[in-house]
Design a protein around this ligand. Structure first.
Ligand code: RUB
Length: 320
């Protein structure tokens, strides 16, 4: 089944990166809607809800995933019959995928303008939109050089250096712990995001907050590239972003770990960079200071506190 297949690929990180995960989930919901045979609208909705829940449960941190699922599923209740409901899901999924691709192009265009001729840029992990900004700056004729980290334990830096190399960009590959040794050569840090909270904090690959802290200490600007669907509406009502902790054997082989009974391997996949370490967040709606995250949640995701109130009423079964 396409949904379990996509879910497995997201869990195992064959599909990874917040934007790609979101588009894969939208595509899986669309294919699932097209494959349901039952003519019963209640059964159709239940089956779609089940698929949505499987996808959302795959990785807990990237808010793009529940946001994409919400956008595709929102309105499924309005379809009077299966054909109407199915058409709605397909249209919303296609719309989400197209607008995600459009957002990536806009962010590249806006972000590239913050990169100057001669800049040395440091990036961490493998972010499609962060790399989009860097590649666009190079394409527009700016002479730039990149420092890319390794990104232990899953080595996303290897994907990053291949992409930069293929774009013909002069790139230095460094281990994660070498960031402070090179920071005085750097003009700008450019990273992506898995989530942006209402107070402008950015959740991204583990190590991002150390990179940003080092940059701030060295007076180097930090630019975050993030589509609006990476902003986390539920942080408005106090929900915290869950930081995924992955298996210890990604860090230390089981054969070694089992010889060390007093050692616990900890493997958080993401960390939180506070708003004060970030200069700008570049979205497809333009660049904003991180402190304006609430405006994005309110204006572009369109989820006001009223919607959460509805959710709370539903969950609690009564209205205050
Ligand atoms: C990926 C990661 C990326 C963001 C943004 O983590 O932290 O920086 O997801 O990526 P993982 P993009 O490899 O664990 O999924 O800009 O491509 O959405």
């Amino acid at each position: 089944m396409i949904v379990t297949d996509t879910a497995e690929k997201i869990k195992s990180m064959e599909i990874r990166g917040a934007g790609r995960i979101a588009r894969a989930a939208a595509e899986a919901l669309k294919d699932h809607a097209l494959s349901i045979q039952s003519p019963d609208i209640v059964a159709f909705r239940q089956e779609m809800d089940r698929a949505a829940a499987i996808l959302v449960a795959t990785r807990p941190t990237a808010v793009s995933l529940p946001n994409a699922v919400h956008m595709v599923m929102n309105g499924i209740g309005q379809g009077k019959n299966v054909e109407e409901a199915r058409t709605g899901v397909v249209e919303r999924a296609e719309h989400f995928i197209q607008s995600s691709q459009h957002a990536a192009r806009k962010i590249a265009e806006f972000g590239a303008r913050h990169i100057r001729d001669g800049d040395k840029i440091l990036t961490h992990c493998n972010s499609e939109v962060a790399l989009g900004c860097i590649i666009e700056a190079h394409r527009s004729g700016k002479d730039i050089e990149v420092f890319a980290t390794e990104v232990r334990p899953r080595n996303q830096g290897h994907i990053t250096i291949r992409t930069l190399n293929d774009a013909g960009i002069k790139t230095n590959f460094i281990v994660d712990s070498a960031v402070r040794s090179f920071i005085n050569k750097i003009d700008l840090v450019v990273v992506g995001a898995d989530a942006v909270t209402v107070n402008g904090a950015v959740v991204n690959k583990i190590g991002t907050s150390q990179v940003a802290h080092t940059a701030v200490e060295a007076r180097v600007n930090v630019l975050v590239a993030a589509e609006t669907y990476k902003f986390a509406p539920r942080t408005v009502i106090g929900e915290l972003i869950q930081i995924e902790e992955r298996p210890g054997n990604e860090v230390l082989p089981d054969a070694i770990a089992k010889t060390l009974p007093h050692v616990t391997v900890r493997n958080p996949a993401f960390d939180i960079t506070p708003a004060e370490y970030i200069d700008l967040i570049v979205t497809e709606q333009g660049a904003i200071p991180p402190q304006m995250a609430y405006v994005i949640i309110r204006e572009y995701l369109g989820w006001g506190i009223e919607e959460f109130h509805k959710d709370l009423v539903l969950n609690n079964g009564h209205e205050e």
